[in-house]
Design a protein around this ligand. Structure first.
Ligand SMILES: NC(=O)c1ccc[n+]([C@@H]2O[C@H](COP(=O)([O-])OP(=O)(O)OC[C@H]3O[C@@H](n4cnc5c(N)ncnc54)[C@H](OP(=O)(O)O)[C@@H]3O)[C@@H](O)[C@H]2O)c1
Length: 233
């Protein structure tokens, strides 16, 4: 796919992986609508990027509807959906609560599912489309304290595989990217951006991967790709 001119809905574009990916896609000529819950952070990102935005919570039905409406209004259609917005909780088995599970699954699983439900009819009608799910290496292997976050990303991976089986016959490519640890504001106190560390992944590495996944010729798609730091120890 040529990224130039493509209409892209990217959730969670105000910081970290989403913001860096938005920069890379706009540099390639894409038209973007980015989303997030915090108006200040999102407006600052959209002003820097010169793109459309929607202040909306992807973890609620109303937020999903507002996200899709804003993207349709701004872009006139959607060629690429990037399900990037995500949150985490990391608790011992005995400390997991119903509310934590509901909140994390709403954002990491229900939101992506409902966004796909909303955009797939248009992709089928136009005969092409790409959906990229930003999951995690946590979607591949369980880990201590991963009951909530890990299981939500396992669920996202399961959906990715179902969508691949169901949608490739409509020329809709579904790809999953699994970052390992990336130095962002993810799960940081006060949502503070972590400083870059020489040997750890930066959002740039994930943005680079995502651009490559999109740019491969439309006859091909990358079902899943994981990105590790070479030597983070
Ligand atoms: N950082 C890592 O180590 C790592 C590793 C593997 C996978 N990932 C995944 O990568 C994705 C991006 O994470 P990141 O590291 O870039 O984190 P980040 O810096 O915290 O960025 C998350 C983005 O998503 C938005 N967001 C969060 N909840 C949202 C909601 N309910 N509705 C709409 N937007 C929402 C945030 O904006 P608001 O807070 O304003 O809503 C922000 O723009 C997530 O899916 C995460 O699980 C991260």
């Amino acid at each position: 796919m040529q990224i130039d001119g493509k209409r892209i809905l990217l959730t969670g574009g105000s910081s970290g992986i989403g913001l860096e990916t938005a920069r890379a896609l706009i540099a390639k000529g894409a038209r973007l609508c980015i989303t997030g819950r915090r108006p200040d952070a999102l407006e600052a990102a959209a002003a820097e990027l010169g793109c459309a935005y929607a202040v909306a919570d992807v973890g609620t039905p109303e937020g999903v509807a507002a996200t899709v409406a804003a993207a349709q209004n701004a872009l006139g259609g959607i060629d690429v959906l990037i399900n990037n917005a995500g949150i985490g909780e990391f608790e011992r088995v005995e400390d997991v609560t119903w509310e934590m599970l509901e909140q994390v699954f709403a954002v990491n699983v229900f939101g992506p599912a409902m966004l796909a439900a909303a955009v797939v009819p248009g992709m089928k009608a136009q005969g092409q489309g790409t959906i990229v799910n930003i999951a995690s290496t946590s979607s591949q292997r369980g880990f201590a304290l991963g009951s909530v976050y890990g299981s939500s990303k396992f669920a996202l991976r399961g959906m990715t595989q179902c969508w691949q089986e169901e949608l490739r016959r409509y020329n809709i490519r579904v790809c999953q990217i699994n970052p390992s640890e990336v130095t962002t504001a993810f799960h940081q106190p006060g949502r503070r951006q972590r400083p870059a560390e020489a040997h750890k992944l930066r959002p740039q590495e994930i943005a680079h991967t995502l651009v490559a996944v999109l740019e491969i010729d439309d006859r091909a798609f990358v079902p899943e790709v994981s990105v590790w730091a070479t030597n983070p120890f």
